[in-house]
Design a protein around this ligand. Structure first.
Ligand code: NAD
Length: 492
């Protein structure tokens, strides 16, 4: 059934107000699953105005932590109740396999529960500043927060922002990605059913990045913008946000190293290499898109990797036989295919894949074979730039220092992993990797308790954990004089 795309402003479903159509396709077969229009600058400003008024009225901002937590817990339960529906929607919207989408939905519910718990834990500080002063540090909501998300985890990326923003007492103006707006409508339907969430606290505006996203980022009535997406757009947002010096939180791209020392079990290291890059069809910011292997193991690693790549069954996300799904859109597929051509032109060797898949009923969808490049030079574009698809480069390294040098040799610093049986070496190396999310003898698991964020051009700020809540809070000191008397500074 084709769903109509709608905005949610001031507790009402309203149509996006331009005549610029947005047709949402299932990337596995190009069937239309959603249809509607983009929103205008004016409609975005209306949502911001509502969020501001709601924040100033203070019903939500001044609700007790317990009251806010109760709402978050209700949302989590309602996500669980509709888990299958939401996971199916994310699958046909994004292209990922149903199993991955189901993890995302479970994680989304956990994120609401985590922040429901965290907001009820006393978080202020009190100290005796002097004999005569009691000082307190309190946390308050930032105000109107603009939340802008990408298409790779349609529900989960939204919830990583919405849950802490609401927990902290903010009002929100949320913008989903144009190509994956479907599950957000379920999330806002859940909000709509919760009476205790005041109207106007949670608003959603569908539309283009350069209209809706830009308006949110520029608005002087927005106090903070929290963005997940590409580094290029992150830079634009930083500029747009400077008008009123709004707070920014940016979760951006990556080109993350997965470092394998020769003492590692070969089979396990290859499996993690495959998992690191091809989970989510490589459309994951933290994907291990550069595999670095110690010279003495390199040939065996590449040989086994290429053999195992052939076992990956690419197909529609709803087909239980599929291990890897579609690329989110035709535009993204073409971008990835273009990078594959660039790699070939740069002189790299395609050891596996390297083409669009159209056989066995995949011709209507956007599928790319898992692709492996070897014989790469470190300055090639396919090594330095984020491809955001199922494309990996495998490079040899000589020793520990060389591994660290290569690992840190891009503008990104989001994630990284190291595999070695020598615990001291693994620890030495991972400590030198300039990235915010790292693993030893593992790749990909992430925990709601731990901050998620990047070094260098991979971002500013963090999602998740206590850090993810603090992003959405102002910090205030209150100094109380215990024996008030004239300061006596100026002549009496
Ligand atoms: P994108 O930057 O193209 O778009 C992200 C969002 O920004 C979309 O909603 C888009 O409409 C909006 N946007 C576009 N132009 C804008 C503008 N001028 N002002 C405001 N908003 C604008 O990214 P994408 O292609 O949707 O997603 C892929 C990117 O996201 C990759 O680079 C990936 O690494 C990154 N990502 C990062 C993380 C992380 O946690 N660091 C997580 C997921 C994805």
């Amino acid at each position: 059934m084709v769903k109509e795309l709608m905005n949610y402003i001031n507790g009402e479903w309203v149509k996006p107000d331009t005549d610029r159509e947005n047709i949402v396709l299932n990337p596995a077969n190009q069937e239309v699953i959603g249809k509607g229009f983009h929103s205008s600058k004016e409609q975005t400003e209306e949502a911001i105005r509502v969020a501001k008024e709601t924040f100033e009225r203070g019903e939500w901002a001044n609700a007790t932590p317990g009251e806010r937590a109760a709402v978050l817990l209700k949302i989590a339960d309602m996500i669980d109740e509709r888990a299958e529906e939401i996971a199916t929607l994310d699958t046909i919207d994004n292209g990922k396999i149903l199993e991955e989408a189901s993890f995302d939905v479970a994680d989304a519910a956990s994120t609401f529960r985590y922040y429901a718990g965290l907001i009820q834990a006393p978080a202020g500080e009190v100290f005796n500043a002097s004999d005569d002063h009691q000082s307190m540090i309190v946390r308050e909501p930032v105000g109107v927060t603009g939340l802008i998300v990408p298409w790779n985890f349609p529900l989960l990326m939204s919830v990583w922002k919405i849950a802490p923003a609401l927990a902290a007492g903010n009002s929100i103006v949320f913008k989903p990605a144009e190509v994956t707006p479907m599950s957000a409508m379920i999330l806002f339907d859940i909000f709509d059913q919760i009476e205790e969430l005041p109207k106007g606290v949670a608003n959603m505006v569908m539309g283009e990045g350069n209209v809706v996203g830009q308006t949110i980022s520029e608005s002087h009535d927005v106090d903070m913008v929290s963005f997940t997406g590409s580094t290029a757009v992150g830079k634009k947002i930083m500029q747009a946000a400077s008008g009123n010096l709004k707070r920014i939180s940016l979760e951006l791209g990556g080109k993350s190293p997965n470092i394998v020392f020769a003492d590692t079990d070969l089979d396990m290291a290859v499996d993690y290499g495959l998992f690191g890059i091809f989970y989510g069809s490589g459309q994951i910011c933290s994907a291990g898109s550069r595999i670095l292997v110690e010279e003495s193991m390199y040939d065996d690693y590449v040989k086994l990797f290429v053999e195992k790549v052939k076992n990956i069954k690419v197909g529609p996300g709803l087909d239980p036989e599929s291990n890897m799904g579609a690329i989110v859109s035709e535009q993204q597929m073409n971008r990835v295919l273009e990078y594959i051509e660039i790699g070939k032109q740069e002189g790299a060797t395609v050891a596996a894949g390297g083409y669009r898949l159209t056989d066995n009923g995949l011709d209507k969808g956007f599928f790319i074979a898992p692709t492996v490049f070897v014989d790469v030079e470190n300055d090639m574009r396919i090594v330095q730039e984020e491809i955001f698809g199922p494309v990996v480069t495998i490079q040899p390294f000589k020793d520990e220092a060389d591994a660290v040098r290569l690992a840190n040799s891009t503008n990104y610093g989001l994630a990284g992993g190291v595999f070695s049986k020598d615990g001291s070496r693994a620890m030495r190396v991972i400590k030198q990797v300039r990235a915010g999310i790292t693993w030893v003898n593992d790749y990909h698991p992430t925990f709601v308790e731990a901050p998620w964020g990047g070094y260098k051009q991979s971002g500013i700020g963090h999602s998740l954990g206590t850090y993810g809540l603090e992003e959405f809070q102002e910090v205030k000191q209150i100094n109380v004089r215990l024996q008030p008397e004239s300061p006596g500074w100026f002549p009496q």
